[in-house]
Design a protein around this ligand. Sequence first.
Ligand SMILES: Cc1cc2nc3c(=O)[nH]c(=O)nc-3n(C[C@H](O)[C@H](O)[C@H](O)COP(=O)(O)OP(=O)(O)OC[C@H]3O[C@@H](n4cnc5c(N)ncnc54)[C@H](O)[C@@H]3O)c2cc1C
Length: 299
Amino acid sequence: MEQIVKSLAAVVSGLVKTQEPMSRHTSFQIGGPADLYLQPQTTTELISALTLLKEKGIPYFLLGRGTNILVGDGGYRGAVIGLAGDFMQFSYEGTIVRSGAAVPLPRLAGNACKREMSGLEFATGIPGSVGGALFMNAGAHGRSVGDILVDAEILDCAALSLHTFRASDLMLSYRTSGIAEGSVVCFARFALSPGKMEDIERKRREFTDFRRLRQPRQPSAGSIFKNPPQDAAGRLIEAAGLKGRRSGGAKISEIHANFIVNCGNATATDVLTLIEWAKEAVDRKFGISLALEIQVLGD
Ligand SMILES: Cc1cc2nc3c(=O)[nH]c(=O)nc-3n(C[C@H](O)[C@H](O)[C@H](O)COP(=O)(O)OP(=O)(O)OC[C@H]3O[C@@H](n4cnc5c(N)ncnc54)[C@H](O)[C@@H]3O)c2cc1C
């Protein structure tokens, strides 16, 4: 381990740590330690780090802002990569914004509003990064990231080379994309349109108020399950009688039954128990098999 840390530190100018608790990097505030945690600052650093990890046979996981992830209590046996530096920058080319993958969506949406650019209002309250949002095709209020994507620069996990993919190449659909696991979204370009600041701000306020009323404030990972066709996972879980159900420090939110919240000392096991209960209850009552929206990582 000492040797690989030295080698990684020689090619990565950002953080290189061992035994990093993932609870520090996830919105659930849950998760044991990753063997390695590193923050490459440039594409070159990222490629060098991935080359080293591959040579040593060390698995890796690309973490965005950790807002759609449940990391196991035992942590992750491998390297967790969080992008920083160049990947936190964005710039405009006319009405197109080119963003690094690590930029938080709410920051991008806020900046677009200041510049009187419309198109990102729906993303105001989605707490993920641009890269994570593209991987998941995140969306809200009837819009998703794929609707405004022009193209994305993605590091191919096999050849470790950067390619530009048009939106239509990425097979974006409801909370999923065709981006191969292990490939890294590095940059993305979004098409915006000129708008009036007051109109953009009004929409943003509307969306924020909507969330304030309908979503819990405690730590969570957003919606746990995808909505089945023509229905809402939250409605089904509530109708199955599970709203407010607790397991250890985790609870099915009383405000929105598709959210599981960390009441202070929840473990991943607590959350997984509630996930199983909700799945079983909905299956038993409605014959519907709920599919996870969140990603589960590690032991
Ligand atoms: C309070 C709350 C509200 C939410 N509301 C919404 C909502 O309205 N709509 C919605 O769609 N989601 C919502 N989410 C979920 C979440 O914000 C989105 O799924 C978001 O897109 C995840 O981004 P992230 O950066 O946090 O990704 P992570 O959770 O870190 O990772 C998610 C997946 O993306 C992959 N990934 C991350 N970055 C990259 C990259 N650069 N390249 C390749 N793969 C990458 C990871 O490997 C992982 O598989 C909410 C979450 C919370 C906590």
